[in-house]
Write a protein that binds this ligand. Structure first.
Ligand code: SAH
Ligand code: SF4
Ligand code: F3S
Length: 443
């Protein structure tokens, strides 16, 4: 057996892609290595979203260079591959900057990995593959999926046509594309077969999904969710990430009508100031977002809302920043991610006047995160004493303890008794911390 070590950076779509790479390598005789030291093939599946994310890759490659050199002396140098969004954005530049790299391929070419390995083995030279291919990569991935546990990601939509001025995704992932329903269904059934009970549908703009349905019509995400929720064995569905502009009425209605769709929504607004939203090319005003949130809460009063925020976008004034805080106060998020704006090469915002000083960004981020942390705490506190269904996912810290997920995506620690991973249990929440809850199972 050969061994592969895959390290995933960035978003859930990369986690999914990394798993699919592993699935492709299985039939070639590879099994998973516990650490890079034991691997014959090391893949870094990279993220380009912020400068720090991209820089991490080069520092990791620096370490791998020594590992490769050391092992070359014993004649077992590993093959080093850079995949993902840095690979797509930088291509050839990566092998120029880091000579230890053997393979470079992007998010839309990883299905060619077996061929790339072969041509590298034949030539002994670096192979770079970052063209957007004409074929559908999903047609070339394995149809069977090995065991994934009780929850799994399933990519249904890829790429982005929105071109927010700060963002690299449209360049690294390419144009928006939706997978056909039958292809998704086949994969979902294979996951369920392997024991998965909860599926999170993924896409950079997942709610813009418009794939070919089983009746030859174009289906929306809401229709896809309705269809998948009829598969026996699927207990819960989630989806991420959504754009406010694509939050259609049928998708909002699905929260009220479909008990398998969990009451959780990640719906980033990024900033609260309309002037900044316009400069970001987000295509909506803060008022539209608030109205949308009100309609979603009408359909699903207990929904847990999540979002992403960027502070220090070019020309952001203190007043603009205050508008972001005001939106957050109004919405009351259950959880959220927030970042300092990072200028990315090739994106319009990187060239804009009025780049904000790093100290200002740091100071704003700290204020924003304090507010978000207090909201998360409040949301969790609101769960105290409540009854809810928990899907048991993994072992906890103590013997007999299991960790499950609430409908709102919180981690819940439970003394599970005779219950096992994969069981759905009804509990009462006994205690809340900032990041997790604990509960007891109803007798
Ligand atoms: N498609 C999603 C976002 C994908 S990127 C959406 O439209 O909401 C994930 C998050 O990274 C974004 O929501 C944004 O908050 C953040 N991000 C993207 N580019 C960034 C940049 N240049 N600097 C800082 N944060 C960024
Ligand atoms: Fe990036 Fe905007 Fe597309 Fe989201 S919608 S992936 S932030 S360009
Ligand atoms: Fe990063 Fe690419 Fe995802 S840039 S956030 S890995 S789409």
């Amino acid at each position: 057996m050969k061994k592969v070590y895959i390290r995933s950076y960035g978003c859930q779509m990369n986690v999914y892609d990394s798993q699919r790479m592993g699935d492709l390598l299985g039939p070639l005789g590879y099994e998973a290595a516990a650490a890079p030291e034991d691997a014959d093939l090391i893949i870094l599946n990279t993220c380009h979203i912020r400068e720090k994310a991209a820089e991490k890759v080069y520092s990791e490659l620096g370490k791998l260079r020594y590992l490769k050199k050391r092992r070359a002396r014993n004649g077992n140098a590993p093959v080093i591959a850079v995949a993902g969004c840095v690979a797509q954005a930088e291509g050839e530049e990566i092998v120029r900057r880091e000579r230890a790299v053997d393979l470079v391929f992007g998010p839309q070419t990883y299905h060619r990995l077996p061929d790339l390995l072969k041509s590298h083995a034949l030539s002994g030279r670096p192979v770079v593959e970052t063209e957007f291919p004409p074929e559908d990569k999903f047609d070339h991935l394995t149809k069977t999926v090995p065991k994934r546990g009780v929850t799994a990601f399933l990519t249904v939509q890829e790429g982005c046509d929105k071109f927010c001025t700060f963002c690299v995704v449209p360049y690294t992932r390419g144009a928006e594309f939706s997978r056909p329903v039958t292809q998704i269904e086949t994969e979902a059934r294979a996951l369920v077969e392997g024991g998965v009970r909860e599926i999170t549908l993924l896409g950079q703009n997942v709610n813009a999904y418009h794939g070919l349905g089983t009746d030859g019509e174009v289906w929306s995400l809401a229709r896809l969710i309705t269809y998948l929720s009829r598969i026996d064995g699927i207990e819960r569905l989630r989806f991420t990430t959504s754009h406010p502009r694509d939050m259609s009425d049928d998708l909002i209605a699905a929260y009220a009508e479909n008990p398998k769709l969990m009451p959780y929504l990640h719906l980033p607004i990024q900033a609260g100031s309309d002037r900044i939203l316009k400069e970001m090319n987000r295509g909506h005003h803060s008022e539209d977002y608030l109205k949308l949130i009100a309609r979603i809460r009408d359909a699903c009063p207990d929904i847990a809302l999540s979002g992403d925020f960027i502070v220090g976008f070019p020309d952001e004034t203190e007043a603009d920043f205050e508008a972001t805080l005001a939106i957050i106060r109004e919405v009351r998020y259950a959880s959220a991610f927030s970042f300092k704006y990072s200028p990315r090469p090739g994106t319009p915002a990187a060239e804009m006047a009025g780049q904000v000083a790093d100290e200002v960004k740091s100071e704003r981020l700290a204020r924003l995160q304090a507010l978000l942390a207090s909201q998360q705490k409040a949301f969790n506190r609101g769960c105290l004493g409540r009854d809810m269904a928990i899907l048991l996912e993994k072992p906890g810290r103590h013997p007999g303890q299991l960790i499950g997920r609430s409908p709102y995506l919180q981690s819940v620690y439970i003394d599970a008794g005779t219950h096992a991973i994969g069981d759905m249990v009804n509990v009462t929440i006994d205690a809340v911390g900032s990041n997790s809850l604990s509960a007891h199972i109803h007798p």
